[in-house]
Design a protein around this ligand. Structure first.
Ligand code: UD1
Ligand code: UDP
Length: 368
């Protein structure tokens, strides 16, 4: 009997996309015929392979090996390779996550071939077009047919740009994911023991955003704030940041433990056990909120404005005095509001995708 499941090609390539895919692909495997294309944007084993192994993400059928390089070169090489795959595979949909160069390449390749694009985590805006991510998000949203949106703010952002069709507020797939994996992390991760850490006796930090790493003044100021905080800080460092720390000759004090990037289960275990989290990551800001850990955000703006409004996130930019002040005095106590859904966003997505096909079939019947 012929497989009647819809065929979805999912394009992914960067760490946060593997984590989103872990939640999505687990549900998709019973409902749709999903094929993964790994662009190779992230390629170190601790930036890629580790997630496929420990989170049981299906093995990609295609690997494009397009890692590093300038934005244009990277996006262009991905676009060419993805187009060839789409022509061959003829999927019903192409699914992309978030706002990386892999997202834009996948969306553009599909849209030019008139294949409906599904954008997961649509509608986010920082209103800072200097960020490559902001350019990627805006362009992707404007060529997408189904926009799965995590928050009401994101719905409003899309409406302000005239996008109302195909928008579905389903909640955040990363919330679905953490509900599942936090328990497993608690049972399986040995990271606290491995690093000789005690619950709530350390702070966790991540830094990778281009606006921080590529600006010597900002990166120096952030490290000055961390160095002088007087706190034990664990810093799993993105390879891009490590490169710049060395290149700029930035001083790192003894209170900071720089470690290699870690797997998701270890990361969630560290997040849940940290006294506070300092980060410029989008995903880590949300995870801090999900877990009820105060988040100090090393950026001037954020897409996740709800976490600020609810009092659990504070923007400190790259200002060493503000970093130190927040490390000492930022102690939120407000009840957290469930802005990010109820952990069923992937099931909701599946229902929408199925009814989208029904509509298409009806249209074909009427017109044929
Ligand atoms: C990318 C995304 C960013 C996302 C981040 C998640 C874009 C424009 N940026 O930023 O939105 O938040 O991923 O982590 O898509 N590198 C390695 N090994 C790797 C991966 C990267 O050494 O496995 C180094 C290389 O020097 C590379 C640099 O990091 O040139 C930057 O990688 P890239 O994927 O371009 O950007 P990210 O900073 O990772
Ligand atoms: N993460 C991880 N190991 C690390 C650092 C981050 O597993 O060493 C996870 C983190 O828990 C979150 C995701 O990676 O789920 C966020 O990715 P990143 O910060 O690279 O990108 P962003 O979310 O800013 O796009």
């Amino acid at each position: 009997m012929q497989d009647k499941k819809q065929k979805i090609i999912t394009i992914l390539g960067a760490r946060p996309q593997f984590i989103k895919a872990a939640a999505v692909s687990a549900v998709f495997k019973n409902s749709v015929n999903e094929i993964l294309v790994h662009t190779g944007q992230h390629y170190d084993s601790n930036m890629s392979e580790v997630f496929f192994e420990e989170l049981d993400i299906p093995k990609p059928k295609y690997h494009l090996n397009v890692g590093s390089g300038s934005h244009g070169a990277m996006t262009g090489a991905m676009l060419t390779a993805i187009e060839a795959i789409l022509v061959e595979e003829k999927p019903d949909f192409v699914l992309v996550y978030g706002d990386t160069n892999s997202t834009l390449a996948g969306a553009l390749a599909a849209s030019k071939l008139l294949i409906p694009v599904i954008h997961v985590e649509a509608g986010l805006r920082s209103f800072n077009k200097v960020m490559p991510e902001e350019q990627n998000r805006i362009l992707t949203d404007h060529v997408s047919e189904l926009l799965f949106v995590p928050t009401q703010t994101a719905v409003d952002n899309l409406k302000n740009e005239g996008i109302t069709k195909g928008v579905h507020l389903v909640g955040d797939v990363m919330y679905d994911g953490i509900l599942h994996f936090a328990k497993i992390a608690q049972e399986k991760s040995t990271i606290l023991r491995d690093l000789n850490l005690e619950e709530k006796q350390f702070m966790l930090c991540t830094i990778h955003r281009a606006e921080n790493t590529n600006d010597i003044q900002r990166l120096k100021a952030i490290f000055a704030g961390l160095n002088d905080s007087g706190q034990k800080i664990v810093l799993p460092l993105h390879p891009r940041t490590l490169k710049y720390v060395k290149e700029y000759g930035i001083e790192v004090s003894e209170n900071i433990s720089i470690i290699e990037p870690i797997g998701y289960l270890d990361m969630v275990r560290l997040e849940a056990s940290a006294k506070k989290i300092l980060t410029d990551s989008g995903g880590v800001q949300k995870e801090a909120f999900f877990l009820g850990i105060p988040c100090i955000t090393l950026r001037d703006e954020t897409e996740w404005v709800e976490t600020i409004e609810n009092g659990w996130n504070r923007l400190v930019g790259a200002d060493s005095a503000k970093i130190q002040e927040a490390v000492l005095n930022f102690n939120p106590t407000e009840n957290r509001i469930d802005y990010f859904g109820n952990g069923t966003s992937v099931e909701q997505m599946v229902q929408v995708i199925k009814s989208f096909q029904k509509k298409t079939i009806e249209i074909i019947r009427v017109t044929s």
